[in-house]
Ligand binder design. Sequence first.
Ligand code: DP6
Length: 359
Amino acid sequence: MADQTIYRASTTAPVNIAVIKYWGKRDAKLNLPTNSSLSVTLSQADLCTTTTASCSASYTTADSLLLNSAPQTLETPRTQACLKALRSQRAALEEANSNLPKLSTFPLRIVSVNNFPTAAGLASSAAGFAALIRAIANLYELPANPSDLSIIARQGSGSACRSLFGGYVAWQAGEKADGSDSLAVEVAPASHWPEMRAVILVASALKKDVGSTEGMQLTVKTSTLFPLRANTIVPQRMEEMKKAIASKNFEDFARITMQDSNGFHATCLDTYPPTFYMNDTSRAAVRAVEAINRAAGKDVAAYTFDAGPNAVIYYLAENEGLVAGLFKSFLSHIDGWQVRRGQAIQASSATPLDESIAS
Ligand code: DP6
């Protein structure tokens, strides 16, 4: 009879929202980006994925994944690339130490729960893949640091590589053809600028029309603005943004964030046929931020939009009343808005909730 032992590990991974956007792949198979990107990790209390991975010789069915109680396929090339990388790292450990149980050969059961709408431009794939990769890495007791794991997570979904760190995180595009230098690094821990806050305005919790992968590939193929963005504008902004974060200069942080969101959505409009992620409600949010900043006499709020209509507004705690309060009343006449508040804090990679391997 097969060994009945069930090995299990759990983790949570937070959502990150880019202030310099990833949009475009130079290698779709390895999921290598055309440009570097930079994000802020949000508090797990508001938006996170919780994942438990288990494996056992006694499991008789193939690998399986439940997301919010619904079965999901693991049979996509990207997910398979992640599972293969994790299993081969575990197999190397097992080869080096014959006392280790052969977990790499056991079927996996993965159970994930998102506490926010899936695929609505709220970076669900980022938290989802980051949690999946870390849960299995913990289950397999891989001696990997977050940057090592980010190389695997990137192959699942590009933005996921940034969710392995808390605080301010850069995904370095890298130059190597095999993608071994395309990974996430910490720019600054959350404790460096703990006053940072984010409010998320959910304009629609519906699934987006054009997924990120498809949308960015069409942009790379057809947009004439895109090469300028990827090759010239973004590299400059990455440096300026790192300086703004290092010196805690919110006005620079805000301006670059808004310009980069606008520039990214301009390339979507320049895609042929055009992709529209922002809608009338999103544009009302832009105008509301402008009104708040005009009233304050300086930039105290910054909007950014991913591949969907929802706005994320960054601001500092000292301006909570000015931004979050005013924002709510400004938009209260628009139906369909919900307001969620998040604090940018350290991700669980620093304070893991992992269970150790059960025996
Ligand atoms: C607009 O990471 O979802 O949110 O690598 O194809 O899975 P894939 O794309 P994904 O794209 C995210 C795009 C973005 C910008 C960003 O998060 O940097």
